[in-house]
Write a protein that binds this ligand. Structure first.
Ligand code: PLP
Length: 460
């Protein structure tokens, strides 16, 4: 692919402060930013001049980005071993237990429980903290629905705290105002591989004595002040679902330093049995949230690739950011100072149509896809989706909450910053960051090309 782009006249220059997007209008703010990017080695890209692909021209790029997951002999060997062992259940085999030990050591955490999914990890955690009917849990609106479902399954109320548009994380400064005597937990999400503002969240948690469950489902190996996210809260949850940076098709993990809490999670996930028990001695209500040995076998193999992939994503994301920051109207998501490592599960930025001659985001996304750059618009406002209103109207909720309580709750469902973000975000997936530096340059070049021809696109 890198050959293809040079054949087709891809240019790169390192001229500080120069933006090649002709249609962009004045340089102003962007020029100041690009000077910084140039100083750190960022370049300015020039786009192909031909007609945009969406208008019938040739695309910037035709080669696919790296496929996912990456696999090799080690996955096959591990899976065959698990298969031939005939011990496919974790209570008989030892692979899942080995994975738990390795993941706990890697994160520097006391204990770890593998589960059937990230959603299961969250379910175990909210159960361990005895969150139930009548309780409130602080959540972000900019997340996957599983974060909210974990609360609703307990017949508790998810209290949405608005999003910080710049980082796309929960706005931690607004959490305290949302805490009531019914608040039983704060459930921040480290979205897209970045980190929520843990300093502020943990300070509120300590002062208000409200436990924290970190939803780190998208943030494997991300760090806050040099320590892995997921290890700061009372419990931390990861997803190992197919799209995730560590992947076994389905799967999840709960991590924690409070042995008692992890023991409860372990018991709950195994039908309420006592510790590491296959017997019929049940000590609490529970569920079957166990991981299979096959999942464990794949994870042990995928783990051998995780660090190297994380380094590659990091290097490519830095390069992409240095390029995108120079394009007026494209604002990559910021990271909080405390976020010392981003896992880059998603690469996210905000799109400002006014710097693209008013080109609507939907049309921008369409044009970018046609240029050979897969992209999406991210989440829609979650708390406005019908599932929430339908749940509030369910028999169980009407049984637990008075009409007045539900009306008050509905009134609090307002996250204007989040709604604005939902209309302006653009996402790339982590697999794109496993490509080459030139792949990153093609992404930027495609965006510049769209910007240069935005007027034709609006007319066309
Ligand atoms: C933020 C977040 N929380 C929870 C989950 C649930 O994980 P799983 O799909 O493994 O159940 C996901 C997965 O997509 C997620 O992105």
């Amino acid at each position: 692919m890198s050959d293809q782009i040079s054949r087709r006249g891809f240019l790169q220059t390192t001229m500080a402060g120069m933006v090649t997007a002709g249609a962009a209008g004045g340089l102003g703010e962007a020029a100041t930013e690009s000077a910084g990017a140039a100083a750190t080695g960022g370049g300015v890209v020039a786009a192909e001049s031909g007609k945009l692909a969406v208008l019938g021209g040739s695309p910037t790029r035709t080669a696919p980005f790296p496929s996912w997951p990456l696999l090799g002999d080690v996955e096959e060997k591990n899976l065959l071993e698990a298969l031939r062992s005939r011990r496919w259940n974790r209570m008989e085999g030892g692979i899942v237990a080995r994975f738990e030990k390795v993941w706990a050591e890697k994160l520097g955490v006391r204990d770890c429980l593998a589960t059937s999914s990230g959603t299961s990890a969250l379910a175990c955690s909210v159960n361990a903290l005895e969150i139930g009917p009548g309780d409130e849990v602080i959540v972000p609106p900019y997340t996957f629905v599983a974060t909210i479902n974990a609360v609703l399954m307990q017949h508790a109320l998810p209290v949405f705290v608005d999003t910080d548009r710049e980082t796309m994380q929960i706005d931690a400064k607004k959490i305290e105002a949302a805490i009531t005597p019914r608040t039983r937990a704060i459930l921040p999400v480290h979205l897209g591989g970045s980190a929520a503002d843990l300093d502020t969240i943990l300070e509120i948690s300590r002062r208000k004595r409200v436990p924290v469950i970190e939803d780190a489902c998208q943030s494997h190996l991300a760090e806050w002040r040099g320590r892995p996210v997921g290890t700061y809260g009372d419990l931390g949850c990861f997803s190992l679902q197919a799209s995730k940076n560590l992947n076994s098709g389905e799967g999840g993990v709960v991590v924690g330093n409070d042995q008692k809490l992890i023991d409860i999670c372990r018991s709950f996930h195994n039908q309420g049995r006592g510790q590491a028990d296959t017997s019929f001695a049940y000590v609490r209500n529970g569920d079957n949230r166990r991981m299979t040995e096959f999942q464990g076998a794949i994870l042990m193999a995928q783990l051998t690739r995780l660090d190297e992939q994380a380094r590659l994503r990091d290097a490519n994301a830095a390069h992409l950011t240095s390029l995108l920051r120079q394009i007026p109207g494209i604002t990559p998501a910021k990271m909080y100072d405390g976020c010392t490592r981003n896992a880059w599960h998603l690469y996210m930025f905000r799109y400002d149509p006014t710097r693209f001659k008013g080109l609507p985001r939907a049309r921008f996304l369409q044009a970018l896809k046609a240029e050979g750059i897969p992209c999406g618009g991210g989440y829609s406002p979650l708390y406005r989706e019908p599932f929430l209103e339908n749940t509030l109207n369910s028999r169980a909720y009407k049984y637990v909450y008075t009409a007045r309580q539900l009306a008050d709750y509905r009134e609090r469902l307002q996250c204007p910053e989040n709604d604005r973000l939902c209309s302006e975000a653009v996402w790339f997936t982590q697999t794109m960051l496993l490509g080459t530096r030139q792949d990153m340059e093609q992404i930027a070049a495609a965006i510049v090309r769209i910007q240069q021809q935005a007027e034709d696109l609006i007319k066309g």
